[in-house]
Design a protein around this ligand. Structure first.
Ligand SMILES: [Zn+2]
Ligand SMILES: [Zn+2]
Length: 258
């Protein structure tokens, strides 16, 4: 059994809850601690029940809620290079240093993989329990080959669809910020996300969750349509073959079986 509930996702904070038969974990803790607790209690999970948190990278929108995990003894899995930054920011965390080496945690097999993004060593994760697999990658500068390899053929895929390129280019962001987002260590546009998904989706895939949408430079409908259209061109039809969900910043998504 593998169940997932996106607690919130967007440029202002990211957190996904994942539950197997033997483990309850978070992927990132980028909402405020109070909000994480509130959204977990909404699905009947208490904070002390969590077995661990795995962190993608040290940007605030992925770690801010760790403030409430100090002294809790709950293991926080972070890349070795990000550990000094996260540990320096929040003292008293139970940090577990990881690399790109796959590891087992309770009944989960977790394979971290490197992602191009402007943090010290950003990771995505492929997580399996028994015969179910979820892959997650947000904050992706570009769809490098190792990402495609790592995420291919998953039951559930959580991937960034950050912005619509023309909304970003024509919008009010300062030039340097636009360049950062569009660059190879920035974020995936809807079109690039669709392109990536077209390379990793298989008949096994039942759920695609579009994550980390920009409130300024994207619209849920645009992200959805761009991805659905591209996948339909490749013979994968939304509803018929799989479902696409667009994650929200201010409310949790539904809790479902992977
Ligand atoms: Zn980031
Ligand atoms: Zn982010």
């Amino acid at each position: 059994m593998l169940k997932v509930c996106p607690l919130g996702s967007g440029s202002k904070g990211n957190c996904v809850y994942l539950q197997s038969d033997k483990a309850k974990i978070l992927i990132d803790a980028g909402l405020s601690f109070a909000e994480i607790k509130r959204r977990l209690s909404d699905i009947d999970v208490r904070l002390y029940e969590l077995d661990g948190v795995i962190i993608t990278h040290e940007h605030n929108d992925h770690i801010t809620g760790l403030s409430g995990f100090r002294g809790s003894g709950i293991p926080i899995f972070v890349h070795t290079f990000a550990a000094p930054i996260i540990g320096g920011k929040f003292q008293g965390l139970e940090l577990k240093k990881i690399s790109e080496q796959a590891f087992d945690f309770a009944d989960l097999s977790i394979t971290p993989f490197k992602i191009p993004h402007d943090a010290v060593y950003p990771l995505g994760y492929r997580i399996s329990s028994k015969n179910k697999t979820l892959s997650v990658a947000t904050d992706v500068g570009f769809a490098a080959d190792n990402i495609i390899e790592a995420m291919k053929d998953s039951d559930c895929i959580v991937v960034e669809a950050n912005h619509d390129e023309s909304l970003l280019i024509n919008g009010g962001y300062p030039k340097r910020l636009k360049e950062r987002i569009l660059g190879g260590r920035g974020h995936l546009s809807n079109a690039s996300s669709a392109e990536l998904l077209s390379k990793i989706i298989t008949r096994r895939t039942s759920n695609l969750l579009l994550a980390h949408l920009s409130e300024e430079n994207n619209l849920p409908e645009l992200a959805f349509e761009t991805v659905a259209k591209k996948l339909a061109e490749n013979g994968f039809y939304e509803r018929g073959d799989f479902k696409i969900g667009v994650l929200k910043q201010n409310e949790r998504g539904s809790f479902f079986d992977v």
